[in-house]
Write a protein of this length. Sequence first.
Length: 159
Amino acid sequence: MVNQNPEQRARDRIDRQLEQAGWVVQGKNAIDFSAGRGIAVREYQTDVGPADYVLFVDKVAVGVIEAKPEDWGHKITTVELQSQAYAAANLKWVNKGGPLPYVYESTGVITRFTNGQDPSPRSREVFNFHRPDSLYRTIRKTVHVVQYKPMIQKVNAYR
């Protein structure tokens, strides 16, 4: 952690928190979907630029995380539009069939979460990142079948 800028330190904290929640954190050039059910890929390429993290459950993209330095804590909600843009963007090598439903903004100290499947999506502070199994169960329970049927079929194909 020596000679790291504030955003790099935040990403180190986020990496640890993701791992504690059961995610396997990988770089964009070394993606191995067989490493676990939940894969968090750093700097995943989208058509609006690289997302800090894209979350995959059973090889299906389900969410994004926008990382910011700790001093952004009091204003982390100002990047929600940026996070939403990554969630709606086209992902390289992925046909996702709609915006990714789960969006996080995090400093590694403060983390906010938006469930795009809620009738009125809004961000709220959470204590931890959700576990991959939790996001999978939420997808299975709350997806609108017509909109997310391709996502459910992909997830079920790998079970």
